[in-house]
Write a protein that binds this ligand. Structure first.
Ligand code: SAH
Ligand code: SF4
Ligand code: F3S
Length: 436
């Protein structure tokens, strides 16, 4: 028997990349590759990259630089770049780093095995097409091995929104939804393999239209699968939050009370320039409607500070919106100029101003996050246990609000759901006691 070849995948960026990396590893499994967790003994290295901000893209080149020695010692080593940087600057990567053998864009992963074969013949292989066929259908099925209690499942890809700062519509292409039947099959299979919580993924997941009743309809169908206990989805756009999906937050028990709903900014002037096509008021109204059906809903968001022409007053509007919402968690970024996007051409805010605003914004978000976490003390939550803790006898899981919860628990296993009374709140997690 021949030794299996080793594949090292390094994943950057969003959860969709995490899901794609899993699927690529499976596809390469069909070609005799097993995954390794170090580049040192790999026969193939694949970087699954992110282009969202300048720093993210630059990481790819510095990481490639580190592999020079490896490639010199092992000329058979093949190096590939996948993901959004591959899509945005595939040719440029091959020019800047001649040791790259293979470049594959996010919509062409089902062609990875062919591209690898081409690279093995010593040819350069590049595929950044947007083919018509569904990459997930032609990627080899997931092997039936047992897996952990949580999994991602991509249901939608691409984006038609064209926010003025964002590269995603260019790197991932137009919005495409996978048919509901195929998602149901994949979900059932994941549940058979031990998954109890699914996070449905899409760059604009609530624009999903592979089910005649939209994402709400898909979630209600998934909720009928025995053994699947929890459903989440990310990332949503405020304008695609339809009535049925809002209602599902009230009447679908398996849909968790946590919603990532990015708004980016709180000033209507900036929202308009960002091409977000909603106002701050409309966003707040939407949250009111969601909280009316699910009062304990925890919200999460994304914010950009220092978007071109953002004044201190505009920034104050963002702080005010944050105060009005009270977020359970949030991600915030300094605006980063992305080549080819409209906002990159506009008058820029200084780096010092961006730094200062980011600090103030993050201080407020951190305070809110901590307050909501501390408010869990004394409450009863349900915890899905994901792993053993660092201390013996300790187990760690996530509450329905995505808080990490530690308990002393003899006899409880990974994958079990249990009721826990929260006893204390630490810097990044909660501690609790199992309830009988
Ligand atoms: N589809 C999602 C998120 C896509 S990218 C949505 O519509 O919300 C994830 C986050 O990165 C965005 O929400 C935004 O806050 C941030 N982001 C995107 N482009 C950026 C840029 N050029 N500079 C800084 N942050 C950016
Ligand atoms: Fe980017 Fe806007 Fe699309 Fe989100 S909705 S992926 S921020 S263009
Ligand atoms: Fe990054 Fe592409 Fe995701 S740019 S955030 S990896 S869609």
């Amino acid at each position: 028997m021949t030794e299996p070849k080793k594949l090292f995948i390094k994943t950057y960026g969003c959860q969709m990349n995490v899901y794609d990396s899993e699927r690529m590893a499976e596809a390469m499994g069909g070609k005799g590759y097993v995954q390794t967790d170090t580049p040192d003994d790999a026969d193939m290295i694949l970087l699954n990259t992110c282009h969202i901000r300048e720093k993210a893209a630059e990481k790819v080149y510095s990481e490639l630089g580190r592999y020079k020695g490896l490639k010199a010692d092992k000329p058979d080593l093949k190096i590939g770049v996948a993901g959004c940087v591959a899509q945005a600057e595939g040719q440029e990567i091959m020019r800047r780093q001649p040791m790259v053998d293979l470049v594959v864009g996010p919509q062409s992963y089902h062609r990875l095995p062919e591209l690898e074969a081409k690279a093995r013949e010593g040819k350069k292989a590049l595929d950044t097409d947007f083919p018509e066929d569904d990459k997930f259908e032609t990627l080899k099925n997931r092997p039936k091995a047992k897996r952990g209690p949580t999994a991602f499942l991509t249901v939608q890809e691409g984006c038609d929104k064209f926010c003025a700062f964002c590269v995603v519509p260019y790197t991932r292409g137009a919005e495409v939804s996978r048919p509901a039947g195929r998602i149901m099959d994949e979900a059932r299979e994941l549940v058979e393999r031990g998954v109890r919580e699914l996070t449905l993924l899409g760059q604009n997941v609530n624009a999903y239209h592979g089910h005649d009743k939209g994402l709400g309809g898909l979630i209600r169908d998934l909720a009928k699968i025995d053994g699947l206990e929890r459903i989440r989805f990310t990332t949503s756009h405020p304008n695609d939050m339809d009535d049925d999906l809002i209602a599902a937050h009230g009447d679908c028990e398996k849909l968790m009370p946590y919603l990532h709903l990015p708004v980016q900014a709180g000033s209507d002037k900036i929202l308009k320039r960002m091409n977000r096509s909603h106002t701050a008021e409309e966003y707040l109204k939407l949250i009111e409607r969601l909280r009316a059906v699910r009062p304990d809903l925890h919200l999460s968001g994304d914010f950009i500070v220092g978007f071109p022409e953002e004044t201190e007053e505009d920034f104050q509007d963002t702080l005010n919106l944050i105060k009005a919402v009270e977020y359970g968690s949030a991600f915030s970024f300094k605006y980063s100029e992305r080549p080819g996007t409209p906002a990159a051409e506009r008058p820029q805010v200084s780096e010092e101003e961006k730094d200062d605003r980011l600090q103030r914004l993050q201080a407020l978000l951190k305070e809110q996050q901590k307050a909501l976490q501390d408010a869990m003390v004394g409450r009863e939550v349900s915890v899905l246990f994901e792993k053993t803790g660092r201390m013996t006898g300790q187990m760690v899981g996530k509450s329905e609000y995505l808080h990490a919860v530690h308990v002393e628990a003899e006899g409880i296993a990974v994958g079990e759901l249990a009721k826990v009374r929260i006893a204390s709140s630490g810097p990044n997690s909660l501690k609790g006691v199992l309830l009988p």
